[in-house]
Design a protein around this ligand. Structure first.
Ligand code: AMP
Ligand code: TRP
Length: 338
């Protein structure tokens, strides 16, 4: 990386390889990552270690990790500017996690909404990893001394925890870890399900009509939007109680670059059917180049391997700086081995 990048602020974010990215992942997170690359030094990774907190077949995880990697690149992340790597290739994250575990309280982890949701969804497998997941996320962030973490609204609680852990560690051992800021996108921080607009759009939704995947073809995208749940009213307006329409307006604004007000104006007086069609068209056209680039990249496994190997090597080097400092602060005997 160029020397000038040393003065730039550092951005870090991750995404789980639990399936094709949804329009929620895209609008709330990934598509904002590309434009940040010029102003910041960026590190992005596929959180495969987070993915095994719920049951997933090994072959499937391997496949989805590579697919997620290719999707990130297809969404406009440029490897000449950013590092994109796979979490399990950089062992220092989990090494730091152990130390941070000892600065994290059982009580605060018990309060995490995602833990409570996932425990309810998988009552037969409430494993320690699921409970400890936010500490690994804190380690992902703190190991690089990240300044800013772009995420959707659902991850803010985890980010707040990472800040608390950093502050607690610094309080106990002296200034060591940078306390990161969150970065929430101005539009689309929470994209809702097309079938139940009071719930977030999620990769794990069992109803395929609820979720737009970034690799869906145009016909599929339009069909799903046509079936989107709205309300019994007829007015296209952004208002409380109109969750379905609000969501469609948010999505339309996010892909068209227009403000919500401009979008409302554009569809004034039109029927829901026409509006849904227009949103579907706009999303499909917006995603077409991503789908094409992905199809090209996923064929080229050798290129992908070269990229994730180089990036993990650079990330590992960066991360040792923090790990060594932390190990020293807590009183581990130094070794020449790192
Ligand atoms: P995950 O799929 O849980 O790995 O999420 C990856 C990123 O996408 C995180 O930054 C989430 O906050 C974001 N994200 C996930 N679902 C949505 C959604 N429905 N709306 C907005 N952002 C989302
Ligand atoms: N937990 C995040 C999610 O499910 C993914 C993630 C893991 C992450 N480590 C991170 C996001 C570090 C930002 C920073 O969406």
């Amino acid at each position: 990386m160029a020397d000038a990048s040393a003065e730039k602020k550092l951005i870090l974010s991750g995404i789980q390889p639990t399936g094709t990215f949804t329009l929620g992942n895209y609008i709330g997170a990934v598509r904002n990552w590309g434009p940040l690359q010029d102003e910041y030094r960026c590190l992005y990774f596929i959180a495969d270690q987070h993915a095994i907190t719920v049951k997933i077949e090994p072959a499937e995880l391997r496949k989805k990790t590579l697919e997620a990697y290719a999707q990130l690149l297809a969404c406009g992340i440029d490897l000449n500017k950013s590092l994109v790597f796979i979490q399990s290739h950089v062992p220092t994250h989990s090494q730091l996690m152990w130390v941070l575990n000892c600065s994290t309280q059982f009580g605060e982890l018990s309060r995490m909404t995602q833990f409570k949701d996932k425990s309810r969804k998988h009552p037969d497998d409430i494993n320690a990893g699921l409970f400890d997941y936010p500490v690994l996320m804190a380690a992902d962030i703190l190991i690089y001394q990240a300044d800013m973490v772009p995420v959707g609204v659902d991850q803010m609680q985890h980010l707040e925890l990472a800040r608390n852990i950093a502050n607690r560690f610094n309080g106990r051992y002296g200034e060591t870890l940078k306390v990161p800021e969150g970065y929430i996108p101005p539009i689309g921080a929470k994209v809702m399900s097309l079938q139940d607009p009071t719930k977030k759009m999620s990769k794990s939704d069992t109803n395929p009509n609820a979720v737009i995947l970034i690799l869906d073809d145009k016909d599929t995208i339009i069909r799903k939007f046509k079936r989107a749940v709205t309300d019994s009213d007829t007015e296209i307006a952004f208002k409380e109680g109109k969750d379905g329409i609000n969501n469609l307006l948010t999505i339309y604004s996010a892909v068209s670059g227009k403000t919500i007000e401009e979008s409302v104006k554009e569809f004034e007086g039109q029927g829901y059917g026409t509006f849904k069609m227009a949103v579907g068209e706009a999303v499909a056209d917006h995603l077409a180049p991503v789908r094409e680039e992905y199809a090209r990249l996923i064929q080229d496994k050798a290129y992908l391997k070269e990229c994730y190997t180089r990036c993990a090597g650079e990330a590992l080097k960066m991360s040792y700086r923090t790990l060594n400092k932390v190990y020293k602060k807590v009183g581990f005997v130094p070794t020449e081995l790192r």
